[in-house]
Write a protein that binds this ligand. Structure first.
Ligand code: GNR
Ligand code: NI
Length: 179
């Protein structure tokens, strides 16, 4: 198991277009295992390879239903390679989104409530299906990462500036703490 460092804004790699994955092989599956370790440790419910400075078109999601009190959350690891959104619903949803690359900042983002998508799974097999609810929001958040888009690009300039200012303040406080 290895944890990889998560890249944060304003690192320009987060604005890169990720390139398609060419082969679903053991090397890729090792990267995917490290991505899950890193995401669970963060903790987060989604992670795109580009957030680890690997600009390839793949992401993972685990919404981790916090099943019954006291028990371990039930893990439902999902892998999406070369994902494509085929259609999006007219109906929208608003979620309070966060991003491991914009630590501790949240904002309400409106997105299509469901999307029909196609992707390759961890065995390289093509899959197609419709996702909705939080999975649809997360799927779109992660697909955005593959295209260099962050959730703050979907909110007003005023709210974006507030998020960025709070992040700067938080980082300054953390720096003073260790100094
Ligand atoms: O952990 C995460 N939580 C989250 C909450 C609402 C909408 C999207 C997300 S994804 C985020 C992890 C992350 O940064 N993925 O790219
Ligand atoms: Ni993110």
């Amino acid at each position: 198991m290895s944890l990889l460092p998560i890249i944060e804004i304003p690192d320009p790699v987060l604005r890169a277009q990720s390139a398609p994955v060419e082969r679903v092989d053991d090397e890729l599956r090792r990267l995917i295992a490290d991505m899950f370790d890193t995401m669970y440790a963060a903790p987060g419910i989604g992670l795109a390879a580009v957030q680890l400075a690997i600009p390839r078109r793949l992401f993972i999601i685990d919404l981790q239903d916090p099943e019954e009190e006291g028990g371990e959350p039930v893990k439902k690891p999902l892998v999406f390679i070369n994902p494509e959104i085929l259609t999006s619903s007219d109906e929208t949803n608003v979620y309070n989104e966060g991003c491991l690359s914009i630590p501790d900042q949240y904002a309400e983002v409106e997105r299509p409530a469901s999307v029909r998508a196609r992707w390759l799974d961890a065995d390289g097999k093509q899959q197609e299906g419709e996702v909705d609810g939080l999975l649809a929001t997360c799927f779109q958040h992660e697909t955005d990462h593959l295209n260099g888009i962050l959730f703050i690009d979907h909110i007003s300039r005023l709210r974006r500036d507030m998020v960025l200012k709070k992040l700067t303040k938080l980082r300054k406080e953390n720096k003073n703490l260790v100094a």
